[in-house]
Every structure is written in C-alpha cells, then in structure tokens.
Design a protein around this ligand. Structure first.
Ligand SMILES: O=C(CO)COP(=O)(O)O
Ligand SMILES: [Mg+2]
Length: 259
C-alpha cells in the first residue's frame, strides 16, 4: 500500500483466525510466538463475549496458544466500558456468560430483572426461552437494548454456529426495537483497542476472517487490513463487498514473515 508506515502494532481477531471454537488453526502458535518475540504491541480483539480475558487466556493456553489476559480485548469489555461511560452505576438485565456479567460488575453495574436501565444481550451457548421472553418484556417496558456483537454466526470445525446477531434479530422481531451493537465494526471497539494496545492506526494492522466486522472496522479506523481465509469469508466472497482488505492470505501462517 502506497506511503504507509511499517506495521508496528498488530490487532487480530480470534475466532476464525487463531482458533475454530476449541481447536487452534495451524500456524497460530508460531504467529503468536513471533509476535511476542518481536516485542511489538499486539491485541486479540474478539467479538466473542462469553469469556473473561483470564478464562480466554487459559482456554487458549490449553490449545497451545500463549496470549496473556492483558492482550485480550472482548466485546464484553467494550460493552461494559460503553455503559459505564453512558450511565455510571446503571442497571442491566443480562443474557450472556461470565465474560459479560463479570465485565458489567467490574464496571459498577447492578444486574437485575427489576426495571433495568438496559437489556444487554451477549454470546452464550445456552439461550433460554424464559430469558428471551423476559428480555422482550423488559424492552417493551422501556429498557434500552444493547448487544455485544452483530455476528449472525460464528465459525467452528463442524460448520457455522448461530451467534448473538441472530438472537438479537429474534428479539427485534418480537419488539420492533433494534439493538445498539458495541463490538466490531463499531469504531468504539477499535478506538478502545488501539488505546489499550498503545497503537497508532497509521502503523497498525487488523487481521480478521469477516469482511463485515473485522476488515471494515480496521479500514474505517485507518488501519491496514488483512483477511484470512480460515474463517467465515471465502475468497470468492471478497469481490461482493464495495471495499477491499489491504491483502488476503490463506491463514495467519502466511503472516509470520511479515512480523
Ligand atoms: O464470537 C464470535 C461470533 O460468535 C466472533 O468472534 P471473533 O470476533 O473472535 O471472530
Ligand atoms: Mg472471527
């Protein structure tokens, strides 16, 4: 890309780039090791709001991937930071896992189903009819609808998994209310990530497997972008979009020599 600065900071998506659910993607271990050895700032930037950074770091370590918790930024953390800024000491009814409930507690929020300020929808593998019904009723009674991420599906080795964006669509259908999405491609998540990594967009790169979250978010934040073909976007899909990544590679294994 013409007159761009050398890449000094690396922001990388997780699902579909480093792992497929519980399975590491070939080349991810070497990519992360080379990043650590380079001493360059890097951050794993995931829309997956299920886990706390500590739990996620432990899960990744169990797959042989060494990512310290301070190098992980999730859509749950971004959502908690957003709500803390919007309404300090607020209240929320939450559908999600420990990654989201812990982040909201740490942001000073009270989690309740009694007249909450917000309904906050995150990623889980155990959506319940009762919880969705409660969320729909609370939104109808005036609670503001927030969602950690717009991903309709997530990747796995067996195929796609329904994700938060699809569940949000169910609630929207039942209430007529659209959520505010905090995760990628919201510039909020990118700004917070760049600040967390101490990175500057003109010398940073965003690696991802989705054109409509990772790549557009990086592009609109002024970063170089690299699409990998190990996740949800196939090579033939790229041309359908009105924008392009800086480069397309098969996997993170192809990026090791760029670090
Ligand atoms: O969890 C996701 C959708 O289910 C997406 O996670 P990533 O942002 O790490 O790809
Ligand atoms: Mg992904």
């Amino acid at each position: 890309m013409a007159d761009r600065k050398p890449i000094e900071s690396w922001l990388t998506d997780m699902d579909g780039v480093l792992i497929h659910e519980g399975t590491p993607i070939p080349g991810a271990e070497e990519f992360l090791r080379r990043l650590r050895e380079s001493g360059k700032p890097f951050l794993v930037l995931t829309n997956n709001s299920i886990y706390t950074p500590r739990d996620l770091s432990a899960r990744l370590a169990g797959m042989g991937l060494d990512v310290p918790e301070e190098s992980i930024w999730t859509s749950a953390l971004a959502t908690a930071q957003f709500l803390k800024g919007q309404r300090p000491g607020g209240t929320a009814y939450v559908i999600g896992e420990a990654g989201l409930t812990t982040a909201l507690y740490q942001a000073g929020y009270v989690l309740t189903d009694n007249n909450p300020d917000y309904v906050v929808l995150g990623e889980t593998r155990t959506y319940s009819f009762e919880a969705l019904t409660k969320a729909i009723r609370l939104i109808n009674q005036g609670a503001r609808f927030i969602c950690t991420n717009p991903d309709e599906t997530g990747p796995s080795t067996e195929g796609v998994l329904p994700a938060t964006g699809s569940v949000a669509a169910l609630i929207t259908k039942a209430t007529g209310v659209e959520p505010y999405f905090v995760g990628k491609p919201n510039p909020l998540m990118m700004r917070e990530a760049l600040n967390t990594a101490g990175a500057h967009s003109e010398s940073a790169v965003m690696i991802g497997d989705r054109m409509d979250t990772d790549i557009v978010a990086g592009m609109e934040a002024g970063m170089e972008t690299i699409l990998v073909l190990t996740g949800l976007t196939a090579a033939a899909d790229v041309e359908r979009f009105p924008y392009r990544p800086t480069r397309v590679v098969n996997s993170v294994a192809d990026l090791v020599e760029l670090i």
